[in-house]
Design a protein around this ligand. Sequence first.
Ligand code: PLP
Length: 427
Amino acid sequence: MSLQSLSDYLEYDRDHLWHPYTSMIDPLPTYLVESAQGVYITLSDGRVLIDGMSSWWSAIHGYNHPVLNAAIEQQARSMSHIMFGGLTHRPAITLAKKLIDLTAEPLQHVFFADSGSVAVEVAIKMALQYFSAQGKQDKQKLLTVHSGYHGDTLGAMSVCDPINGMHSLFKGVMPEHFFAPEPQCYEDGSNNIHLLEKQLKTHHQAIAAVIIEPLVQGAGGMRMYCSDYLFELRALCDHYDVLLILDEIATGFARTGSFFAYEQANIIPDILCLGKALTGGYMTLAATLTNSKVAQGISADGSGVLMHGPTFMANPLACQVANASIDLLLASSWQEKINKIAKQLEKELMPCQDLNCVNDVRVKGAIGVVELKEPVDMKALQATFVAQGVWLRPFNKLVYIMPPYIINEQELSCLTASIYTVLSAYH
Ligand SMILES: *Cc1c(COP(=O)(O)O)cnc(C)c1O
């Protein structure tokens, strides 16, 4: 069959291509995209949608940005890729320096990975290799909290929420780790970290690291929790000789209102994972940063190499567009923008609280979440949003927005108004 009409393409897509978390037999419909510009996505049938998702946290400057385009074009003219084994290049070195300068002082060593999941795998290996090199071979487990999300490779999956992450499907292959209840912060200022402490107290001799998403748990349920929890967690990790891995793949690069979420808790992780918005949504790239204690500790046993090295490690195109994206972000008044988006989200989403189908509304930085009482009919809801000219991707009980930072007030109002309208008619 030759691919000619719009429906030929969509039909072929449906029959042969897997999309994220979909069935090959009965997939949800997909929409063919022709192009994207700023906060607008143009479908092949001519419809134009306002983007409320930033292509999953990543396209913070919007699409088709002239500065980011130029960075890629320029880099492509000198080299698009070169192996990182035995060779190095300015785009990677410049980016590493930027990340080291932007993060807390102790984080001085960078591993470039090709996706967020791989950055998490690398973080886990760093922690395990660190203790193994110290002669503490018993510290081979991780501790994390429920409702987390850390990626889709087997190691990363093993620290995702066991139910959302369908751990039962992979039993026997996937490592089993320790879980504490999801973080809860109460009105009186207290929180439930004592439940995590209980796990540490009992199992610390078997635990190499705690891994957690700071302040906002993303794909595992879009839950938000207080900085006190993280502050206390840092102290507990120190007390029990356990490393702290912060997964800022979603929260990094200003999304929660500070450049990195951990800054709001006044803590410094031992290992930090970055990804998603790192390249402004242009290319897949992630980074795992660590301190000298871990980096040098890994090599303490003599052989001491970090056991990872992807083919496309530190891809120059990706590094160069990341450099350009970070410069753009730093040159913008990002604090002001995120605050403005946060205030508007609060004002315009809070009325959803009064709707029958809504359980909770919450906002943190440029993230707005409306949690429903029941799981949504994704197919119907998706189509309704598209008909309203907005791109939102609800899942389970959640309708949420994390728009590109460049969105203006009117455009953001279209998104929030659409959520309110659609949910008022929903039951
Ligand atoms: C998306 C995400 C990942 C995985 O990143 P991929 O690039 O999709 O592999 C890991 N951790 C968090 C917190 C994420 O949001």
